[in-house]
Design a protein around this ligand. Structure first.
Ligand SMILES: NC(=O)c1ccc[n+]([C@@H]2O[C@H](COP(=O)([O-])OP(=O)(O)OC[C@H]3O[C@@H](n4cnc5c(N)ncnc54)[C@H](O)[C@@H]3O)[C@@H](O)[C@H]2O)c1
Length: 358
């Protein structure tokens, strides 16, 4: 009996459908090569086109549909004619928050064949696991606007830090650090300027650290962190940061590893009460939509994360080895300085998967 997993595919907007189609093709090849499992994919056409037609990005019972899946494979959301806060709060954030996928996991490393903009950094010199708090903080959605259009107009955007929310992400970060060879965690903060929420964040990090004596840890202000990522990439391993800080730092991390197009992420519910959601970290990339040149590597890598989350570690490793082999062979899309199309990279990875030893 093969193991079967139900995948909810939500390609979304822009290059989302292009990279998700490529990702599903590669995952299908991995499942065939492995032989031990199969993927049953449900396709959901949620996104900006649906919003234009029906006034909502997804149906009212969308979360109930998603809960029937073992994992969600997500592309991107964003439309040139709809404000970004409407698209983000219409699709991606209601899924992450509604399913309480509170740990956003963002691995970054320089793949073989990929050149980092950092002069001296090659594979092995930059190998990070960024953990982003994904349920509260600056993106909790608390705030409002009053006296619209008047000189007295006021807008507030309140960051929310709860003991439960901070403690669970710190525990997840220390656990992640413990599972990696270097066993080192960097806690990113801004407690010099933000003396309530961020001091609370630091205090809970210190408290949780007592349960992880085998993990070394340090603390870095977010501004200094940008410098450290560029100047001393080898000094970092696992990193934990708030929703906003990690959002920004992980784009920098992706660029330092070669391109936004290769970076993956998992929106994880560590307690597995709900399905977790896997997506490339990039957005809908209007500038290259429809040109056939979107880099699918971030979507492949997040596909490997999804397989690992489902318990298919051998298949996940096989997929990553295939991706690395293709990158090392110089089959790279334009964002990485190559000339390969999405289709050419996908075909090369499928062939590498077929030829790979288990
Ligand atoms: N998770 C998400 O759904 C998500 C994330 C970020 C941005 N967005 C949305 O996407 C839209 C565009 O945002 P943006 O331009 O700031 O970010 P973006 O990630 O879409 O693009 C930034 C730049 O990186 C390039 N790029 C991104 N992915 C690439 C890939 N796979 N291959 C090659 N090049 C790639 C783009 O061409 C662009 O030049 C906005 O509506 C934004 O709100 C959505």
């Amino acid at each position: 009996m093969t193991r079967q997993y139900r995948i909810a595919s939500v390609p979304g907007d822009g290059i989302g459908p292009e990279v998700i189609a490529a990702g599903l093709e590669v995952l299908d090849a991995v499942a065939s090569r492995d032989g031990g499992f199969s993927l049953a994919v449900d396709h959901y056409d949620w996104g900006s086109d649906r919003y234009r037609k029906h006034g909502a990005f997804m149906p009212a019972d969308a979360l109930a549909w998603l809960r029937t899946a073992d994992a969600i494979y997500f592309g991107a959301v964003g439309d040139p004619n709809i404000p970004d806060h409407i698209t983000l709060w219409g699709l991606r954030l209601p899924i992450c928050q509604g399913l309480d996928q509170y740990a956003n996991v963002r691995p970054t490393r320089i793949l073989p064949g990929v050149t980092s903009p950092l002069r001296d950094a090659g594979p092995g010199d930059l190998d990070w696991m960024i953990i982003r708090e994904n349920s509260e903080g600056e993106y909790a959605g608390q705030g409002g606007r009053t006296h619209r259009g008047l000189p007295e107009e006021v807008a507030t955007e309140t960051s929310i830090f709860t003991r439960r929310g901070v403690e669970r992400i710190m525990r997840f970060a220390f656990e992640t650090a413990r599972s990696r060879p270097r066993r080192h965690l960097t806690v990113v903060t801004k407690s010099n300027a933000q003396r309530h929420g961020m001091v609370f964040w630091d205090e809970i990090a210190a408290l949780v650290s007592h349960d992880y004596k085998d993990v070394t840890w340090d603390k870095e202000l977010v501004d200094a962190m940008t410098m450290r990522m560029v100047r001393r990439p080898r000094s970092l391993d696992t990193v934990v940061a708030t929703n906003l800080h990690a959002d920004i730092l992980s784009d920098l991390a992706a660029a330092l590893a070669g391109s936004l197009g290769i970076a993956p992420t998992g929106n994880i519910d560590p307690e597995r009460r709900s399905p977790s959601m896997f997506e490339p970290i990039h957005g809908s990339a209007f500038d290259i939509t429809g040109k056939g040149i979107a880099n699918p590597v971030g979507t492949f890598w997040t596909g490997a994360m999804m397989l690992e989350h489902l318990g298919e570690k051998a298949a996940a490793d096989l997929l990553m080895r295939a991706v690395e082999q293709v990158c090392a062979a110089g089959i790279l899309s334009p964002d990485l300085g190559g000339s390969a199309t999405t289709q050419a990279v996908t075909k090369a990875v499928v062939e590498a998967v077929r030829g790979m030893n288990r």
